[in-house]
Design a protein around this ligand. Structure first.
Ligand code: DC
Length: 228
């Protein structure tokens, strides 16, 4: 069976950064499952489908022509061959993703698509329900968390660097709202899988988190640490 390492957690905990680095380090594939929900929200927006129109959003999820290619921030996202990376990674893109992700039929429609991405030599999967629903048999599940304040601050710096104008208090409010929606929805709510290892990154640098992850990877016999 192809090994999968799951990295789940709330938005802004650093999952994307760690998952990308780990996939590169191991030479494994990367699944940014949030991008799937983001591109779906974006596709609905383009088609004039409201995010709460469950049958129409589900149909869109079933027929979604999405593909990924390695990019500077993990993966670039293509919708019907068009690069929509920037739009889907915006705050609006995250909002749409969180809205369509509450629909159980949408999650079911995207499940098999995600499982098909578990290809040799291995997959690093980043999301909310990778360990609890999509890859329940994964040999390593990490739940990466951080305080809402730390996550808002990180997201703020990231958006500023990208040239987007944002307000820190508004970001904090949005993060808390998104946390509540992701954690309280009925379908695959954001929870740590029972067998997940939790890492709280509030006080940790990216390197420190990455080293902890590498230790876990080595302990589970999934890879070897690069020297140096
Ligand atoms: O990881 P992200 O910020 O790109 O995710 C955007 C939204 O998509 C998030 O608010 C919840 C949803 N999501 C989900 O429900 N399940 C996943 N596996 C990944 C993301």
């Amino acid at each position: 069976m192809v090994p999968v390492i799951c990295i789940d957690g709330p938005s802004g905990a650093g999952k994307g950064t760690i998952a990308k680095r780990l996939a590169e380090h191991l030479g494994w594939h990367l699944l940014d499952s949030g991008a799937l929900y983001r591109v779906l929200g974006h596709a609905c927006l383009l088609a004039g489908i409201p995010w709460d129109d469950e049958p129409a959003v589900t149909e869109m999820a079933t027929n979604l022509d999405v593909s990924f290619r390695p990019g500077s921030e993990g993966v670039d996202v293509l919708l019907a061959g068009q690069d929509v990376t920037r739009a889907v990674r915006s705050e609006e893109g995250g909002h749409g993703a969180s809205a369509v992700a509450v629909i159980p039929d949408v999650r079911a429609a995207l499940l098999e698509r995600q499982r098909q991405l578990a290809l040799a030599p291995g997959l690093v999967a980043d999301g909310r329900d990778m360990g609890s629903v999509v890859f329940v048999d994964a040999p390593l599940k990490i739940f990466l968390s951080a305080s809402p304040e730390a996550r808002a601050q990180r997201r703020y710096s990231q958006l500023l660097a990208r040239g987007e104008s944002v307000s820190l208090p508004r970001l904090l409010e949005a993060i808390k709202e998104r946390d509540a929606r992701d954690a309280n929805r009925d379908a695959s709510p954001l929870v740590a899988a029972e067998d997940a290892v939790t890492i709280d990154s509030t006080e940790l640098s990216v390197d420190a988190v990455f080293n902890r992850v590498l230790d876990l990877v080595a302990t589970r016999g999934l890879g070897t640490r690069a020297s140096g």
